[in-house]
Design a protein around this ligand. Structure first.
Ligand code: CTP
Ligand code: MG
Length: 222
């Protein structure tokens, strides 16, 4: 079976405030190069969705193909799916630089068993509902949510390509928006296998995440 790695990297990086994150460097290397280098040894091809007008950072390994992304992550992934004919795909955010070979291989094995899989991290903190838009943020303690069964979704996520493409087409027809791909497949009633993730797979979203990434980069060795 063949795998393609599909990297959505077409966002604008608004919350980080340093322009598109693909080119933001961590430990002297672009976020996109970190992600592409982690995936390339395990797949037949790597395809990246970039913002209109942006080209690949120069440190991205040779052979990586690019397409123009869409207005949302979901649009970018749909375009990536249409740019490959691989039987299986791994979708991985460019904004998650610390991806080990072990995690990639665990997701690939899960996809071959289950057709759909995602890395996810068991939630360690208590979760509350809070409204950030009020003058003073106030929280509601939601009772009866057993934290031990809650997981935070990370990437990579892996799928038989045709299954994910069908899920995207279905979601688009219904106008349904999700922040991850496995959610679209789960919505069809298809089981998604969970692969236990790692705190180091965090997404560089805000300034604090970039600080953590800079601290981790010099000791990352995979
Ligand atoms: N992404 C994409 N196309 C979009 C929006 C997001 O390919 N239209 C990608 C981002 O480049 C990133 C991943 O999806 O690799 C996760 O998105 P996020 O962390 O939200 O990145 P941005 O959308 O760039 O950041 P922000 O939401 O703060 O603007
Ligand atoms: Mg975004």
């Amino acid at each position: 079976s063949t795998f393609a790695a599909l990297i959505p990297a077409a966002g604008s990086g608004t919350r980080l405030g340093r322009g598109p994150k693909a080119a933001v460097t961590v430990g002297g290397r672009s976020l996109l190069a970190w992600a592409a280098q982690a995936l390339a040894p395990h797949v037949a091809e790597v395809v990246v969705a970039l913002p209109e007008g942006l080209s690949l950072p120069p440190d991205v390994p040779a052979g990586v193909r690019t397409i123009t992304g869409g207005a949302t992550r979901q649009d970018s992934v749909r375009r990536l799916l249409e740019a490959t004919s691989a039987e299986h795909v791994l979708i991985h955010d460019a904004a998650r630089p610390f991806l080990s070979a072990e995690v990639v291989q665990a997701v690939q094995a899960a996809v071959l068993r289950s057709e759909a899989a995602t890395v996810a991290l068991p939630v360690a903190d208590s979760l509350v509902l809070g409204d950030m838009n009020t003058e003073k943020a106030r929280a509601f303690w939601v009772e009866g949510v057993p934290r031990e069964n809650l997981w935070a979704i990370q990437t990579p996520q892996g799928f038989r390509r045709e299954l994910l493409h069908y899920a995207h087409t279905y979601a688009a027809a219904e106008g349904f928006a999700a922040t991850d791909d496995a959610g679209l497949v789960a919505r069809l009633g298809h089981a998604v296998e969970l692969v236990e993730g790692d705190a180091r797979l965090f997404k560089v979203t805000r300034a604090g995440d970039l600080a953590l990434a800079e601290a981790l980069a010099p000791v990352w060795d995979d």
